[in-house]
Design a protein around this ligand. Structure first.
Ligand code: URA
Length: 280
C-alpha cells in the first residue's frame, strides 16, 4: 500500500499542522505556483509586491522531526520520574522511609494489601534477616514472619542464640502481600527493593541472611538457585550476605533442614569473625 503525503501525516497524527508563511515577492520566485498573480492581457502598472500570508503545512522532514522529538520526550519522562523516586528514597531517614512505605502505591499490590509490612526489630541490629513477602497473617498484623514460617524462623534464631528484636532485624524484599501468595512479579520487586536498599544503608548491619530464592536472587541480582548460592559469602551494597532456605520451604522439605542448620552455623562463625575484625 502506498501512502500519499496527507495519509502519511495523518498516520503520524500530525494533521493539521499549520504555520504562517510569508510569500516571496513574485519577482523572486515566479515559478512557484502559490505566487501566481492574475496577469492582465493589457500592459498596465507593475503590480505592488504581494505580501500575502497563507496557511501552509510545514515541510514533511520538519514534521517527522517534531514527532520524533515528542515521542522521545514522552518516553523519557517515566525514566525521569523513576529516577526522582529512587533519589528521594535514597535520602529518607528511618521514620520518613516508614511513612513512604506506608503511603506507597507504586505497584498494584497496594490495591489488595491490608497494610504494608516494613520490618520488625532493632534498626541498629548487626543481624538482618530478609524474607520474600508478607503472607496473609503478616498482612493482617503488619509484622513479618508471624505465621507458621515465622515460628520456624524464631526457632532458627534461637538455635544460634538470637531472639527476634534483640540485635536482629527482620524484613522482606516486598512490603506488600502478593495476592494468593503468588511470587512477586519482577516489576513489583523493582518498585519495592529500593525500600530495603535504604533500610540496609541506614542500618548498616554486619551480616544479612537471605531466606529463600526470591530474597537471594533479588539481593544478588542473579537467577542462580539457593542450592547454588549457599555455603559462601556474597555481598549486597558492601554488606556480607549468606544464603539459606526459606523457613516455609523447610516446613515442606524436612531433608533440607540439616543444610539450613549448616548455613546457620556458617552465619554464626562469619558474624564472630566480622565482630572480631571490627574490634581490632
Ligand atoms: N514469608 C516471608 O518471606 N516473609 C514473611 O514475612 C512471611 C512469610
Amino acid at each position: 500500500m502506498s501512502l500519499n503525503r496527507d495519509d502519511m501525516l495523518r498516520e503520524l497524527e500530525l494533521l493539521p499542522v499549520w504555520k504562517l508563511r510569508e510569500l516571496p515577492s513574485p519577482g523572486r520566485e515566479a515559478a512557484a505556483p502559490q505566487t501566481q498573480v492574475p496577469v492582465s492581457e493589457e500592459p498596465g502598472p507593475a503590480p505592488e509586491p504581494v505580501q500575502q500570508q497563507v496557511a501552509e503545512v510545514a515541510p514533511l522532514p520538519d514534521l517527522i522531526e517534531m514527532k520524533v522529538e515528542v515521542i522521545a520526550k514522552v518516553n523519557a519522562e517515566p525514566a525521569v520520574f523513576a529516577e526522582n523516586r529512587l533519589e528521594r528514597i535514597r535520602h529518607l531517614d528511618w521514620p520518613a522511609l516508614q511513612r513512604c512505605v506506608q503511603d506507597c502505591v507504586a505497584c498494584e499490590l497496594s490495591a489488595t494489601r491490608t497494610q504494608t509490612v516494613f520490618g520488625v526489630g532493632d534498626p541498629h541490629a548487626e543481624w538482618l534477616f530478609v524474607g520474600e513477602a508478607p503472607g496473609v497473617e503478616e498482612d493482617r498484623k503488619g509484622e513479618p514472619f508471624v505465621g507458621q514460617a515465622g515460628k520456624l524462623l524464631d526457632n532458627m534464631l534461637a538455635a544460634i542464640k538470637l531472639k527476634r528484636g534483640q540485635n536482629t532485624y527482620i524484613a522482606n524484599i516486598m512490603k506488600c502481600r502478593p495476592p494468593e501468595n503468588r511470587d512477586p512479579h519482577r516489576g513489583e520487586i523493582a518498585q519495592c527493593e529500593p525500600f530495603l536498599e535504604r533500610q540496609v544503608a541506614l542500618m548498616q548491619p554486619k551480616l544479612i541472611l537471605a531466606l529463600g530464592r526470591v530474597a537471594a536472587q533479588t539481593l544478588l541480582q542473579t537467577d542462580a538457585t539457593v542450592a547454588e548460592l549457599r555455603g559462601r559469602l556474597h555481598s549486597y551494597n558492601g554488606v556480607p550476605v549468606i544464603i539459606t532456605y526459606h523457613p516455609a520451604y523447610l516446613l515442606r522439605n524436612l531433608a533440607d533442614k540439616a543444610r539450613a542448620w549448616e548455613d546457620l552455623c556458617y552465619a554464626r562463625r562469619t558474624m564472630q569473625e566480622l565482630q572480631a575484625a571490627t574490634q581490632v
